[in-house]
Design a protein around this ligand. Structure first.
Ligand SMILES: O=P(O)(O)O[C@H]1[C@H](O)[C@@H](OP(=O)(O)O)[C@H](OP(=O)(O)O)[C@@H](OP(=O)(O)O)[C@H]1O
Ligand SMILES: Nc1ncnc2c1ncn2[C@@H]1O[C@H](COP(=O)(O)OP(=O)(O)O)[C@@H](O)[C@H]1O
Length: 453
């Protein structure tokens, strides 16, 4: 039984969170059983004050969580229409290593290292074959699917590699046509849930943002958030899996903004410089000439220096966004966009992503314009520095297309009463992130592409 009085995360009515592109009729369906202990967050449904970073009290319960209202969302309707089983779960989900309790997870978990190699593409179909006959990992979640496109082997191999950012896509099938795919990001950060939900390793900062966003005008542009859940001793933020109701989706992750590290990180780097060997390796893998003689001598670079280098190498510095990765419906996944910098290169990648489909391009343009409109009104947006956040673009062969804001691990509240306009250039201290400037450029690019068709 739930020990938490008052409203909890699952009280949120996801039916009200339908984004503008989807308006299928609401359909009730049997309530899914969340097979894990759920930590309810007190006060989740109560109004949140922007700028407040106090951690909400967490109360652990041992009962399955009943989410009556979850089922009213747009995606549930798609699932019912396609007749898939809500209980079908990944046969290859990540194990969620790490066992820190919520109380010790004040900071976002960072990967220790990242693979320096740039994997051009890898086959999704190949992966499906590898994993489809094996459901041993279903409950225990012991297979690392990120390895399936390369090393197809065992749990041990996965353990060894669990801290590596893998440049192959992490592919976790929910069902044959509709697997979950992690295009980019930290390996091992996600697990699939039973009912079209996704578990992302707990990060207090992200939790705070998602909670606030559920009550903001941006709600339809963010995956529905369902509180904190626990699996195998690890805490996770529970959110809607945005891919669930697409068929063989094409997915693109674009990192927004002109700055990809927090001012806080810059301050820390000045006070306590911590040169990173893993980032040095990633840097030389792309450009052996990039490190300074000092960095070469140390075989290490500061994170902020690495991030700035990535910004200028890509379109982040010049356009205010960059393509991080694209997964096509044929299963191929490309994360080799580190040097995609100029407008024509970006347009080429976008053209390829939508397969020159004008209708998809138009849907994306419309959706981004709607997002801009809401961003300009949003209290949350005004009062938060949004850094390292992505827009996830998803479409499929049926012409469905959507864009959502994801990854709020580095989205920080401004001290009241300061606000941001997200368009002014960043100078140290003003905390501007260039998010809206990037979105303006993105929309202009789509508009230009459409004018050429
Ligand atoms: O994309 P590459 O070049 O591999 O660099 C990554 C990304 O910038 C990550 O951001 P994101 O998670 O938005 O993709 C960042 O994580 P943070 O967001 O935690 O800063 C990683 O920092 P470390 O996690 O410190 O390695 C950094 O190594
Ligand atoms: N709600 C979601 N639904 C579907 N896919 C998601 C969702 N959130 C993240 N992803 C997938 O995971 C990838 C990494 O997400 P992100 O939140 O940026 O993780 P990280 O914090 O590890 O960088 C995205 O590129 C996308 O492919």
């Amino acid at each position: 039984m739930t020990k938490t009085p008052g409203p909890t995360a699952p009280c949120l009515d996801v039916g009200d969170m339908l984004h503008n592109l989807y308006r299928p009729g609401h359909q009730e369906e049997p309530v899914g059983d969340v097979k894990c202990n759920v930590i309810h967050t007190q006060g989740l449904c109560s109004p949140l004050h922007s700028g407040a970073m106090a951690l909400p009290e967490l109360v652990v319960t041992s009962e399955p969580c009943i989410h009556q209202n979850y089922q009213k969302n747009a995606f549930s309707s798609f699932r019912l229409a396609s007749g898939s089983n809500p209980d079908e779960e990944s046969v290859c989900s990540d194990s969620g290593f790490g066992s820190s309790p919520a109380s010790s997870l004040g900071l976002r978990k960072l990967s220790n290292s990242s693979s320096a190699g740039l994997s051009p593409t890898s086959s999704f179909e190949e992966y499906e074959e590898e994993c489809s006959g094996n459901n041993e990992g279903k409950q225990t979640g012991t297979l690392n699917c990120s390895l399936c496109s390369g090393d197809h082997n065992s749990i041990d191999v996965w353990k060894k590699n669990r801290n590596m950012v893998n440049w192959s896509p992490v592919v976790v099938p929910l069902k044959k046509q509709s697997p979950w795919v992690q295009v980019v990001g930290h390996a091992g950060n996600f697990q699939t849930g039973n009912d079209g939900k996704l578990l992302k390793k707990y990060c207090a900062c992200e939790q705070q943002c998602l909670q606030k966003l559920m009550e903001d005008v941006l709600q339809p542009f963010v995956p529905g958030y369902h509180g904190v859940t626990q699996r195998d001793g690890q805490d996770y933020n529970l959110m809607d899996n945005l891919l669930t109701y697409f068929e063989s989706p094409c997915i693109m992750d674009c990192k927004m903004g002109s700055r990809t590290y927090l001012e806080e990180e810059l301050k820390k780097a000045c006070k306590h410089p911590q040169p990173r060997a893993d980032m040095y390796e990633k840097m030389v893998a792309v450009d052996p000439e990039a490190p300074t003689p000092e960095e070469r001598a140390q075989q290490a670079v500061l994170k902020t220096r690495y991030m700035q280098w990535r910004e200028t190498l890509s379109s982040t510095a010049t356009l205010g966004f960059r393509i991080e990765g694209i997964k096509k419906s044929d299963g191929s996944c490309n994360t080799n966009f580190k040097k995609t910098k100029h407008k024509d290169e970006v347009m080429q990648a976008l053209e390829d992503f939508v397969d020159s489909n004008i209708s998809i391009l138009t849907s994306y343009q419309k959706r981004l314009k709607e997002l801009r409109c809401e961003l300009e009104k949003s209290d949350f947006f005004k009062t938060h520095e949004v850094v390292g956040s992505s827009l996830l673009f998803v479409h499929d062969h049926k012409g469905r297309a959507g864009v959502w804001m994801i990854d709020f691990g580095k989205t920080a509240p401004m001290p009241s009463p300061l606000t941001l306009d997200h368009r002014s250039p960043w100078v140290e201290g003003n905390r501007e992130d260039g998010y809206l400037w990037g979105l303006d450029n993105f929309i202009d690019i789509l508009t230009y592409m459409l004018s050429r068709h």
